[in-house]
Design a protein around this ligand. Structure first.
Ligand code: RP5
Length: 164
């Protein structure tokens, strides 16, 4: 499901090809009971769509934006330049440089325009989902309870001794 009623988190990505990674953020948000929407918004191929999305995001009730892109990954930074909402950037692994290009494009923002940059690839997308949920949880007790349960289950799943 790419869209919920009254989404609190917007997941945007530069291309359809980013969805296999970015859907991990969506999966976590679903698990944690956070309403979200997912959209393809390219900084380079659909710049007008990016401007309207970023400028309208807060007014539509979104609380945080997760932006994933690969290569010359300008999407998170350009989004952050046009919205006061927190923007979490996910560097998608690129074919030629394994995502180092994406990471450096996203993380090296100029002073004054922050993007919270996560790890390259699926781990980054998962963590962006968790972090977005933790931002929403500041004002939503039900999401906060689900987040606590998620963290506890993760802790409980770590054995004390290695097996096999
Ligand atoms: C970026 O270029 C996208 O975010 C994607 O990661 C990368 C490659 O895009 P496609 O050529 O697969 O559409 O804009």
């Amino acid at each position: 499901m790419a869209t919920s009623e009254s989404p609190k988190v917007g997941i945007i990505m530069g291309s359809q090809s980013d969805w296999p990674v970015m859907k991990e953020a969506a999966r976590l948000l679903g698990e944690l009971g956070v309403a979200y929407e997912a959209r393809i918004v390219s900084a380079h191929r659909t710049p007008d769509r990016l401007v309207s999305y970023a400028k309208d995001a807060k007014g539509r009730g979104l609380k945080v934006i997760i932006a994933g892109a690969g290569g010359a990954a300008h999407l998170p930074g350009m989004t952050a330049s046009m919205t006061p909402l927190p923007v979490l950037g996910v560097p998608v692994q690129s074919k030629t440089l394994s995502g180092l290009d994406s990471l450096l494009s996203i993380v090296q923002m100029p002073r004054g325009v922050p993007v919270g940059t996560l790890a390259i690839g699926e781990a980054g997308a998962v963590n962006a989902g968790i972090m977005a949920a933790s931002i929403v949880a500041l004002e939503d007790d039900s999401v906060a309870a689900k987040l606590d349960a998620y963290r506890q289950a993760q802790t409980d799943g770590v054995g004390e001794t290695p097996e096999g």
